[in-house]
Write a protein that binds this ligand. Structure first.
Ligand code: ZN
Ligand code: ZN
Length: 256
């Protein structure tokens, strides 16, 4: 199958989000992604892996279901090559400082942001893996730092269907994608329709923050739709509770 047979939007999605596969692609190809950097057969392979990462059947064919999945707004972190839940870095400590940048310019009131974030932090705390969060005023002393950011976010491009991103614990430093030491960014795209609750007007802030905190604790994406680590989000929808596998995975990671 020729790559020309794939729509531009599909190639763009693969370039941004599809699992990178180790097949000798030069490092500089990462900037445009595997879809454009390699031959037609590799585009199909990238599509199949992408479909698996989204919990779809790996057909290598762009059907309506695939097109719909690719049109959904999502987290900007690239999907992992392995379809099992995997992990990047791990925190050496269990008590993490969380802070907020300027909330006054955001589409949701500062109080609503604080409420949504606090609830999401509690949800992860309540797993019983020993994590607790405390609020800090200064970015310099934070482990995770929340900010509203524009589409052309300076630390991580949020073009395409990306509406949020975070980063993995930088222990070791190379485990993180963006930073090499705390604070980890937890950034929401300011221009999206953010709301509190399930509403057709936009995306539930707590739902997305709960997902991004999963990255901050070390989780990659999973194709399991019921997990909070599934990569995409819907309007008029909330996912504020952890799936049993999310809880089990956190306990397993940090039980030592
Ligand atoms: Zn994500
Ligand atoms: Zn950012």
């Amino acid at each position: 199958m020729e790559s020309a047979e794939y729509e531009e939007s599909v190639l763009d999605y693969l370039a941004r989000y599809a699992p990178l596969v180790d097949r000798g692609v030069p490092a500089e190809a990462d900037a445009v992604g595997p879809a454009r950097a390699v031959g037609p057969g590799d585009v199909r392979e990238a599509l199949e892996r992408c479909q698996a990462a989204l919990g779809l059947e790996s057909t290598g064919v762009v059907d309506d279901e695939t097109r719909a999945a690719m049109s959904r707004k999502r987290c900007g972190i690239r999907d992992p090559a392995a379809v099992t839940a995997s992990v990047q870095g791990l925190w050496p400590q269990r008590s993490l400082g969380f802070g907020f940048g300027d909330l006054n310019s955001g589409p949701v009131s500062p109080d609503s942001v604080r409420d949504g974030v606090s609830a999401a932090l509690r949800t992860w705390e309540d797993v019983g893996a020993g994590f607790s969060f405390y609020e800090v005023d200064s970015e310099a002393t934070a482990d995770i730092w929340f900010e509203w950011r524009p589409t052309d976010d300076a630390d991580y491009d949020m073009a395409g269907v990306t509406i949020a991103h975070a980063d993995f614990p930088p222990f070791p430093p190379e485990a993180a994608e963006i930073v090499d030491r705390p604070p980890l960014p937890l950034h929401l795209e300011v221009g999206e329709g953010w709301i509190t609750g399930a509403d057709p007007a936009g995306y539930d802030l707590e739902t997305v923050v709960l997902h991004e905190l999963g990255h901050c604790l070390g989780f990659e994406h999973t194709p399991l739709v019921a997990s909070v680590m599934y990569p995409s989000f819907r309007r008029n929808w909330i996912r504020r509770e952890l799936h049993v596998t999310d809880r089990d995975n956190l306990r397993a990671l940090y039980s030592a």
